[in-house]
Design a binder for this molecule. Structure first.
Ligand code: PMP
Length: 362
């Protein structure tokens, strides 16, 4: 079977070029006579891959030397707990901005560890259709950090400009939009992202942490749960997820070859515009109720006139080679995830399918 158009929310499409390179090198890589799957994480060949990946994250985002790039395991969900364990001191508190199910999970974990203040919560009738504006935030200038989720993978909202926290370090879950646009990293004390959307396969978790945060890390944590351990050992305290890091390095190189973050951002804007135009020009057949300006450029969610039509949409989409377009099980509807590896031609194909479908079923 040929490869089809993949719109899964994660794990998600990887650039075909990356998979082809990995296939070609699977039995033997970097001239070392063995597979990357078989080589020691202390070998000079793996060391090169590991350090290249870390260097590329720094270069692509534009991080200065105050930032450490860590390649860990445990997923974004593990960071929900590690962030407060490391940075939420006894007697202190942290601000959380709630914009969806993933922020709620981050809050739940943090509450088990220390004091959490909700600086804003955009839930309305069980759904999240907006990102809070600056004047809707109740920020604490004494907070240990302010946590937010940059892109709401399930409800399809995204911060278009990050809030001014007045110097309180922002901690961001960027799992579903990391490296898809340029942003100023300076206000961020820590950024984390599971790799399985924009960076590579599942199993690697990217953590970017600023030195001043590390200086404040709790000293009483088990070794593996301390960000300091991993920063001190360049993410090689124990065996890292080496094959994932190898693939991630290839994805990062692919981003670089495709114009870096700026080149990718331009294409992402065009892709999202094409999809939202198809929704907005459908005379109400497709509906997206996200506030203008808060619509995600990564996860485009919409409803059809009824659930039966949504089922048909998913089934007929699959029949013409479009996979992964069913909405998250908690909300239903349709979700088309258009991460970096999905290029304009994939979006053109689904837009054409949408137009044909609505014409036929209206
Ligand atoms: N945060 C966000 C924004 C996500 O989209 C996801 C996964 N879809 C997670 C956290 C959880 O990630 P993981 O499965 O890597 O723990």
């Amino acid at each position: 079977m040929a490869r089809i158009r993949n719109f899964y929310a994660g794990p998600a499409a990887l650039p075909t070029e990356v998979l082809e390179e990995a296939r070609d090198e699977l039995l033997e890589f970097a001239g070392c006579g063995v597979s990357v799957l078989e080589t020691s994480h202390r070998s000079k060949e793996f060391d090169q891959v590991h350090n290249d990946a870390i260097g590329l994250v720094k270069e692509l985002i534009g991080l200065d030397d105050s930032y450490h790039v860590l390649l860990l395991q445990g997923g974004a969900s593990m960071q929900f707990a590690l962030v407060p364990m490391n940075f939420l001191p006894e007697g202190g508190s942290a601000d959380y901005i709630v914009t969806g199910a993933w922020s709620q999970k981050a809050v739940k974990e943090a509450r088990g560890i220390g004091n959490v203040r909700i600086a804003a919560d955009s839930e309305s009738d069980g759904v999240f259709t907006a990102i809070p504006k600056q004047d809707q935030l109740d920020l604490d200038s004494g907070a240990a950090y302010c946590h937010l989720t940059s892109n709401n993978t399930i409800f399809g909202t995204q911060w278009s400009a990050f809030p001014d926290t007045g110097g309180v370090p922002i901690v961001a879950d960027m799992s579903s939009d990391i490296l898809s646009y340029r942003f100023d990293p300076k206000p961020f004390g820590l950024i984390y992202a599971g790799a399985q959307k924009n960076l590579g396969p599942s199993g690697v978790t990217l953590v970017i942490v600023r030195q001043d945060m590390l200086d404040r890390c709790s000293g009483s944590l088990p070794t593996m749960l301390s960000y300091k351990t991993h920063a001190d050992k360049n993410s090689l305290y124990n065996t890292p997820p080496s094959f994932g890091i190898y693939l991630m390095n290839k994805v990062l190189n692919w981003i670089k070859r495709n114009g870096g973050v700026d080149g990718i951002e331009k294409i992402n804007a065009e892709k999202a515009k094409r999809l939202y135009d198809a929704i907005d020009d459908s005379d109400g057949f497709y509906r997206n109720s996200i506030s203008a300006g808060d619509r995600s450029k990564m996860n485009v969610v919409f409803r059809l006139p009824n659930e039966d039509l949504e089922k048909q949409f998913v089934a007929e989409g699959l029949a013409v080679g479009l996979v992964g377009i069913k909405g998250h099980r908690s909300v239903g509807g349709i979700r088309v995830s258009i991460y970096n590896a999905n290029r304009l031609d994939a979006v053109e194909e689904i837009v054409s399918f949408m137009n044909n479908f609505s014409e036929k079923k209206r």
